[in-house]
Write a protein that binds this ligand. Structure first.
Ligand code: BV8
Ligand code: ZN
Length: 243
């Protein structure tokens, strides 16, 4: 089916939906200029996220890991939400029950006005003390390389979930509850490679949701979804709300 007719099917499902869950990945921010993880522009000094976004990398070389995050903070500070973020934020008013689950740490959903959301991998503007564990917002650009806690002078780390670290229990609870009670689940701009988020589509599907994938390419979970809308999130997502 061409995107046109499948778009009508998705619009129809959404018009009848009372409960909607949206799961987003780096692809929704690509249209704002934030590099994706596995796209060609996703690299930094030839490092991969899996090499730097780990507690082991931070223990071994906190300076290098902070240089990477500083580079991303400086880049993200110059970006703003795109029409896909704005459309997702608007969905909070459109559906009786709505929840956004984002894997992105760039904060662009919040900037677009989303409030009913779980940032399941954390937020690049939040830091956590490795000693007293206090979590604070830090918008310094650049951030001091090896930033220290104002309370106890402990070394601060990004308040981000690294590979090998567990997601916050309340994020898992909230996400699971939303996925299991949704009429429609939109999966936008994620390669479906990183767990547990990569399993969220299947949870929604098993619970009876109509699952829609919006992505430039096909992904690991394309075989699972009911409908795939191929294209850029900034072009497609705003069309979903048109009655
Ligand atoms: C966990 C924070 C329990 C970093 C991220 C071995 C040891 C330990 C763990 C594991 C292991 N093997 C597997 C695991 C589990 C691991 C995992 O899944 N690894 C993968 C690589 C196999 N997961 C974990 O470790 C998780 N924790 O399992 O805890 C546990 C505890 C201890 C031991 C074992 C298990 C934690 C995962 C969280 C990792 N942190 N981010 C940071 O951001 O600084 S994940 C990182 O990748 C990003 O946050 C991102 O969200 C995520 C996924 O990437 P995507 O968002 O999908 O982005 P990607 O570039 O891949 O794809 C973009 C997509 O968009 C593409 O499909 C593209 O086509 C599309 N696109 C591009 N442009 C557009 C577009 N679509 C639409 N429009 C466009 N314009
Ligand atoms: Zn501290």
């Amino acid at each position: 089916m061409g995107t046109g007719s499948t778009l009508d099917v998705v619009r129809h499902k959404l018009s009848a939906a009372r409960s909607v869950t949206v799961l987003t990945g780096a692809g929704i921010s690509a249209d704002s200029g934030v590099p994706t993880f596995r796209g060609t522009d996703g690299l930094w000094r030839n490092f991969r996220a899996e090499d730097l976004a780990t507690p082991e990398a931070f223990a071994r070389d906190p300076r290098l890991v902070w240089q990477w995050y500083n580079w991303r903070r400086e880049l993200i500070a110059t970006t703003r939400p795109n029409p896909a973020h704005e459309a997702v934020a608007h969905m909070e008013q459109r559906f009786e029950r709505f929840w956004l689950i984002t894997q992105n740490v760039d904060g662009l959903h919040r900037d677009a006005g989303s409030r009913q959301l779980s940032e399941i991998h954390g937020n690049i503007w939040m830091v956590r003390c490795t000693v007293c564990r206090r979590v604070t917002e830090n918008r310094d650009v650049p951030i001091a390389i090896l930033p220290l806690c104002k309370l106890c002078s402990g070394l601060l780390r990004p308040h981000i979930v690294w590979f090998g670290e567990s997601l916050a229990e309340d994020d898992l609870q909230t996400s699971g509850a939303s996925l299991k009670t949704s009429d429609v689940c939109l999966i936008i701009g994620t390669s479906g490679l990183v767990y547990p988020a990569a399993g969220f589509g299947a949870i929604a599907k098993q619970a009876g949701a109509f699952v829609v994938e919006i992505n430039l390419d096909s992904t690991q979970q394309s075989s699972l979804v009911d409908v795939t809308l191929q294209g850029r999130a900034k072009d497609i997502v705003p069309l979903l709300l048109q009655t």
